[in-house]
Design a binder for this molecule. Structure first.
Ligand code: SAH
Length: 337
């Protein structure tokens, strides 16, 4: 078992079952997540307890296979213990680092414009394999982590429990102590997942990958829409936002000539329907060999203007990583060829 998969309550239970004080779990968490310890040797416990920890848990991290980028954005291709690969991105900003985490090896959702879908789903990641991505980047780049986006390869709600545990570890007061609003889980719109997420006591924030406001086009781009039509997904996201007093991001990747006309913007404005609970994040498409291309700046601006005019909160993603293949799945698919 790797230690990164243990939530604090699970680790408390581990101590308790050995007749030890469960409060030791918090000490382990602080040592690993806050002080960045690489092993258990520095813990203020008896040798017997440290040996028991060493026997039960590894503190290993995945190995770096390749690095791309440098400067503000770096992307690592990481090799997992079974030889599979995942990728993680660190974006460095003045106030700290933001890490983009993968949740699966490959992805089963098959969105037409996305490279990850073509990798096919090979397996789920464990919570520990997600946490280790964050800790790996933190260690390699000596960077305090300010926020985490669960927007790498994979569909988080196709791996619900592990993603839930991972978020618990990130937000644990004795762990990285990130605020729930500083961790964003992005889903392609699996409605039961969105609902279950809303039922958690302290869920992290939600983003919904929309990319089209109308069922016909969205089903073409994103097969998941045939099961969960766009209005159901948006309604579930709105319920979540109201239940937890949050705003939900609607992600919209601009695909040239496909979903980027002023009429598409109007449909989107109508779908948002004046709700202040949503804000739209317009994302320039990172081209790959999918056949889709990126919308021109002019088209993006015209789209943006229509949304603004209709009172929709809208932001444009600052461009990170296009030059380093940081869009989902691009690095590992290149590597696999
Ligand atoms: N499966 C989840 C999270 C992973 S993808 C989801 O669908 O939300 C994170 C975001 O990047 C999604 O909005 C996805 O649609 C988008 N994306 C995928 N390929 C992209 C590309 N080539 N350029 C820009 N965004 C892309």
């Amino acid at each position: 078992m790797d230690i990164w998969s243990m939530t604090r309550p699970a680790l408390e239970e581990w101590f308790r079952s050995r007749g030890e004080n469960p409060a030791k779990a918090a000490i382990v968490f602080r040592e690993l997540y806050q002080r960045g310890a690489a092993d258990f040797s520095g813990l203020p416990f008896s040798q017997r307890v440290k040996s028991a920890l060493e026997e039960s848990f590894t503190v290993e991290m995945p190995e770096t296979e390749t690095v791309s980028g440098g400067g503000d954005t770096v992307k690592l291709l990481l090799k997992l213990s079974d030889g599979e690969y995942v990728e993680s991105v660190l974006m460095r900003q003045a106030y700290g680092g933001s890490v983009c985490v993968s949740t699966q090896v490959g992805c089963a959702m098959g969105c037409k414009f996305c490279q990850s879908g073509r990798l096919k789903k090979r397996r789920n990641l464990t919570a520990g394999e997600m946490a280790a991505q964050v800790m790996k980047l933190r260690r390699e780049y000596s960077q305090q982590i300010h926020s985490v986006t669960v927007m790498g390869i994979g569909e988080p709600f196709d791996n619900f429990n592990a993603v839930r545990d991972f978020c618990d570890i990130l937000t644990d007061y004795n762990g990285l102590a990130l605020g729930e609003k500083h961790v964003t889980v992005s889903t392609c719109g699996i409605v039961p997942g969105i609902k279950a997420w809303g039922e958690l006591p302290h869920p992290c924030s939600l983003a919904l990958s929309l990319h089209a406001a109308e069922d016909g086009l969205r089903s073409e781009l994103m097969p998941v829409n045939r099961r969960y039509p766009v209005r159901e997904a948006v309604a579930a996201a709105l319920d979540f936002a109201e239940q937890h007093n949050r705003r939900v991001t609607l992600e919209y990747v601009m695909l040239n000539g496909v979903n980027d006309s002023p009429e598409h913007a109007l449909q989107l404005a109508e779908l948002v329907g004046g709700s202040r609970r949503f804000y739209v994040n317009i994302i320039p498409y990172n081209g790959n060999d999918s056949g889709f291309t990126r919308s021109s700046r002019e088209r993006i601006m015209a789209f943006y203007d229509v949304l603004k005019k209709h009172g929709v909160s809208v932001t444009m993603r600052r461009e990170f990583g296009g030059d380093i293949a940081a869009a989902c799945g691009q690095l590992s698919s290149r590597f696999r060829k």
